[in-house]
Write a protein that binds this ligand. Structure first.
Ligand code: HEM
Length: 347
């Protein structure tokens, strides 16, 4: 069990999955995770691994192949553009009712964001982002088929939905449907995880108010980065980079460990948003890479932080708090690192 302290006072603890706890206890920056995986938390080596070769199509998350074909660069950039337009349009509209933020986080935050961003899409497209549907493979397939046949009226709805309607071939339409599903999920799940981690770390500290949330989010991205591990399948490209890396070794890189390295951070386990005051470009800070390294940097990072900030503002305006009785949170072993808690709405 590890204690993370906000600058003011800490009365809550984070309990990590045993595998993550083991990693946090490591002091070496290059180490063996298992027979076929080398772990790395050294910033220079991580940066060299990422630069050694482009990400393989199969290693991508949002833009991995769909409908039996790679995603073209124009479809990928069009998707990010559409995502940006939809986020900008949504944050200008009133948020959904705040009582919907009560309950089990980060799940309620994911559903809240999906409703805020994608509820304007007509059926059946809006089902592509419904949690009840996305959790079931068979329902997802049915909805995909329905959207392929009936992508909706010619106007209205989100820019992501327009990508589906604008597709010029059956395969393009199938890919656009997959991209709607993946992009909306990545956005809502990632921002919900980030906002949940921020609410937990803020720990009701009264100095963190509307207007001071950007540094809170950068400090959250340091201590509890949702993208806590980056993975590369092994190959010749990496063996020359470090003697511990063999030709058959996969590489697991850990921003989570790098962000707590005392070589780069004073009081690394202390949550101190003030670190980021006046820092104009946080991603140029040594030992800090919450959105990846040059060569595979996150395409959506410019919209993730503002959306999380808007969600946190809604939480503060409406008295969303973590129940007094909750003294610890468990972080399970998932690809997105997120605390779990029950929220109350007191506003
Ligand atoms: C809280 C939300 C997010 C976080 C923390 C995050 C973090 C990251 C990180 C750490 C990387 C580097 C991955 C690697 O090197 O293996 C990355 C890459 C990437 N991210 Fe994000 N991301 C988020 C949301 C999104 C969203 C919403 C999208 C788009 C729908 C997106 C699209 C991408 C793309 C396209 C890449 C480049 C990797 C590639 O070439 O496929 N990310 N992101």
């Amino acid at each position: 069990m590890e204690e993370l302290a906000p600058a003011a006072a800490c009365d809550r603890q984070v309990v990590y999955a045993p595998q993550i706890q083991e990693l946090l206890a490591r002091t070496e920056k290059v180490f063996r995770v298992d027979e076929t995986t080398v772990g790395v938390s050294d910033p220079d080596l991580m940066s060299a691994v990422v630069a050694a070769r482009p990400v393989l199509a199969s290693e991508r998350s949002v833009f991995k192949p769909a409908a039996g074909a790679d995603i073209h660069h124009e479809s990928a950039t069009g998707t990010i553009r559409a995502l940006g337009q939809d986020v900008a349009a949504s944050v200008r509209t009133p948020p959904p009712p705040p009582h919907l933020l009560a309950g089990a986080w980060p799940d309620v935050a994911t559903s809240y964001l999906r409703r805020w961003l994608y509820a304007s899409d007509a059926l059946p497209v809006s089902l592509l982002s419904k949690r009840g549907v996305t959790r079931s493979d068979s329902l997802s397939k049915l909805v995909d088929q329905a959207v392929a046949v009936w992508p909706g009226a010619d106007s209205g709805g989100t820019a992501l939905a327009q990508q589906i309607r604008g597709a010029s071939s059956t395969r393009d339409r199938k890919q656009a449907i997959a991209l709607y599903r993946r992009a909306s999920a990545t956005l809502c799940d990632g921002v919900a995880a980030l906002a949940a981690n921020a609410l937990w770390l803020m720990n009701r500290t009264p100095t963190y108010t509307r207007g001071s949330l950007t540094p809170v989010l950068w400090e959250t991205l340091r201590l509890l980065p949702p993208a806590w591990m980056l993975f590369r399948t092994g190959g010749e490209a990496y063996t020359a980079l470090h003697p511990a890396i063999g030709p058959g070794d996969d590489i697991a890189m850990f921003p989570l460990l790098m962000h707590r390295d005392p070589q780069y951070w004073s009081d690394p386990l202390v949550f101190r948003a003030e670190r980021w005051s006046g820092v104009s470009d946080p991603e140029r800070t040594p030992g800090f890479m919450p959105f990846g390294f040059d060569g595979a940097r996150c395409w959506a990072r410019h919209l993730v932080v503002p959306l999380a900030e808007r969600l946190l503002e809604v939480c503060l305006e409406n008295g969303v708090t973590i129940g007094d009785a909750q003294r610890e949170t468990h972080i399970p072993l998932r690809s997105l690192l997120s605390v779990r808690f029950e929220a109350e709405v007191r506003g």
